[in-house]
Design a protein around this ligand. Structure first.
Ligand SMILES: Cc1cc2nc3c(=O)[nH]c(=O)nc-3n(C[C@H](O)[C@H](O)[C@H](O)COP(=O)(O)OP(=O)(O)OC[C@H]3O[C@@H](n4cnc5c(N)ncnc54)[C@H](O)[C@@H]3O)c2cc1C
Length: 442
């Protein structure tokens, strides 16, 4: 039987970070990854222009210190998200930048959310859905504006989460301004080489310790550790770290069954629904006409678009389509979906938009290994589902962005959770050096 000290389930940022920390202290690890690649919700492909294209997590926030340090260790620099020109706010095909009342009332509603997030927690806030809260705001256009901004921030339909869950998310990210912001906010920078490129570099360093196409299917907690079942034979270890997203981790059969508090992490959460596409052009041509590339469309099939072009590189336009808009795109053929998305962008930036050098898309809610994105969210009435998500169950430690109190849902949260779980295990079992017999003194 295969034996190791720590078996790690999942080679996303949480798992890869945990493995790296443990290896640096001389602890034996083995990583089981169910997919045929590492990175999980971070996934970088190459465009026809040769530039890296992030189809999953991409932005690094202003104070995402751990993931920034990790990128630096692998010689990968960050570049600032371009934000020249003004964003386009569009409704019914018309720009509404000059609709001061809508802008003002939307700004006031967002300010109210920011203030609410700083007040002490109220149980009632977990019974009101964000959709219910938005429905009480006067002005149909203001409500649609809020729907676009908040669905985008959460990557779900607003009746799937409570105001309490939104508040928790806001606090975890340091407030609404930080969550939605570029400079000084969560969208400040991108990684040269892509977030998936950084995951690949981490995995390369670990070498054969990372085993692809090898899912953990069962976990048996024993007197001296844990036995993990896989299709190619079991692995025995002293400790395990599970980093799979909660709903996906629910497919692993546990013996003895998991305690109720742990099951709530799985049954009380919903995974976000998100479609992402990136169109690559020889240059960011929209800037020539003074556009930032950023769009908020209150009534079109593509609610938001961003310019994520590499510095001095080709032009990258990215769309992130959450919830019901994503499901509407799912119902189209690949060709119709591409025409719909590019057609929507062409309405803003002109016919040139229809002919990218390359086109990349991914519906994360159809990915069987992660089940959606950006992350798992507590369902209304189950706000505490994730409150203790990082608490160990005997020899099993839990990591993954959902277990991070700060920056939950982000790459930074994933890295911090991996470091935390590795630290817990080191505190429990020590390093091989700690276990060596110490010479007697005197
Ligand atoms: C479209 C999209 C955009 C995003 N944008 C951003 C952004 O701009 N900035 C940001 O900070 N974050 C962003 N995120 C979120 C970020 O990508 C995630 O928070 C982060 O990647 C999660 O890492 P993780 O290691 O916790 O989980 P994951 O990356 O989900 O890793 C879990 C791993 O476990 C594996 N696995 C599952 N089940 C098993 C099993 N039974 N056995 C073995 N392996 C298993 C999976 O295949 C996966 O590789 C985005 C996410 C998406 C989807």
């Amino acid at each position: 039987m295969e034996e190791t000290t720590v078996v790690i389930v999942g080679a996303g940022f949480a798992g890869l970070t945990a493995a790296r920390v443990l290896r640096s202290r001389g602890v034996d690890v083995l990583m089981l990854e169910s997919a045929n690649r590492v990175g999980g919700r971070a996934f970088t492909v190459r465009s026809n222009a040769g530039s890296p294209v992030d189809l999953g997590g991409q932005w690094i926030g202003h104070d995402h210190a751990r993931v920034t340090a990790l990128a630096a260790e692998f010689g990968m620099s960050l570049f600032r998200t371009a934000s020249p020109g003004t964003p386009l706010v569009v409704d019914g095909g018309r720009r509404i930048g000059s609709a001061p009342l809508t802008m003002l009332s939307t700004g006031l509603a967002l300010l109210r959310l920011e203030v609410l997030s700083r007040l002490p927690f109220r149980t009632r806030s977990d019974r009101v859905t964000v959709a219910g809260w938005v429905a009480r705001i006067p002005g149909s256009r203001t409500r649609r504006f809020l729907d676009v901004i908040l669905s985008e921030a959460l990557a779900c339909d607003l009746d799937q989460v409570s105001v309490g869950a939104l508040m928790t998310g806001l606090r975890s990210a340091g407030g609404l301004r930080v969550m939605l912001g570029t400079a000084g906010g969560a969208q400040e920078s991108l990684i040269s080489g892509g977030a998936g490129g950084l995951a690949d570099a981490l995995a390369t360093e670990l070498g054969p310790l990372v085993q692809l196409n090898r899912p953990a299917t069962t976990m048996t907690r024993t007197a001296d550790g844990v036995l993990v079942g896989t299709p190619s034979g079991p692995v025995r270890a002293i400790r395990a770290i599970v980093t799979a997203p909660p709903l996906i981790a629910a497919a692993i059969r546990h013996e003895p069954p998991l305690p109720a508090e742990r099951l709530l992490v799985q049954t009380g959460t919903v995974m976000g629904t998100i479609y992402k596409a990136v169109a690559v052009y020889d240059t960011p041509f929209w800037r020539e006409n003074g556009y930032s590339g950023e769009v908020l469309d209150l009534s079109g099939p593509v609610p938001v678009a961003f310019d994520i072009s590499p510095a001095d590189g080709p032009g990258h336009l990215c769309v992130l389509v959450p919830g019901r808009s994503a499901r509407a795109l799912d119902r189209l053929s690949a060709e119709d979906r591409r025409n719909t998305v590019l057609g929507s962008l062409a309405d803003h930036f002109g016919a040139r938009t229809m002919n990218p050098l390359s086109w990349h898309e991914k519906s994360w809610h159809h990915d069987p290994h992660v089940g959606g994105g950006y992350s798992a969210l507590p369902m209304p009435g189950a706000l505490h589902a994730l409150a203790h998500a990082g608490r160990p169950t005997g020899p099993i430690h839990w990591a993954g962005t959902e277990t991070a109190p700060r920056w939950t849902g982000y790459l930074e949260g994933a890295v911090r959770s991996g470091e935390r779980a590795a630290g817990e295990i080191l505190a429990e079992i020590g390093t091989p050096r700690d276990r060596e017999p110490q010479p007697e003194v005197g």
